[in-house]
Write a protein that binds this ligand. Structure first.
Ligand code: SF4
Ligand code: SF4
Length: 119
């Protein structure tokens, strides 16, 4: 029987690599300061602030069901202004520009299922 092997495109590989870098940077720097289900903006009582996933169709009781690079490279203004967050804001901005330039608009805006990401 003939095996059909689908090679990942260079863009798809780049997407996964940039996504992984953003996840790792967020893990190390923890700019949103999650604690007991709320982020720093929510705990500060910023008017209208909710965690940025609130209301998203991909958010379930088990968390996010997709991998979206646009979400991982974004920080709200409150988090950006938090002392100590300048470095991570710069890292995410750089990843954001790189992702947009390398992936092109269509892939940049795409979300991947966790299966596609091999998670
Ligand atoms: S980006 Fe802002 S609103 Fe979103 S989780 Fe982080 S601190 Fe909260
Ligand atoms: S796609 Fe995932 S990370 Fe992005 S806003 Fe929706 S639930 Fe949050």
């Amino acid at each position: 029987m003939k095996m059909l092997v689908m090679a990942k495109s260079a863009q798809s590989i780049a997407y996964d690599a940039l996504f992984a870098q953003a996840v790792e940077a967020l893990r190390i720097h923890n700019p949103c300061g999650w604690k007991d289900g709320s982020c720093i903006a929510m705990r500060a009582g910023i008017e209208g602030a909710t965690a940025c996933c609130t209301g998203c169709k991909h958010l379930t009781s088990k968390g996010c069901t997709v991998e979206a690079i646009t979400c991982k490279v974004w920080l709200c203004d409150y988090a950006r202004r938090r002392p100590g967050n300048q470095a991570i804001a710069t890292i995410l901005d750089t990843l954001n520009r790189t992702a947009h330039d390398m992936l092109g608009s269509a892939m940049y805006c795409q979300q991947k299922s966790k299966q596609e990401m091999g998670l």
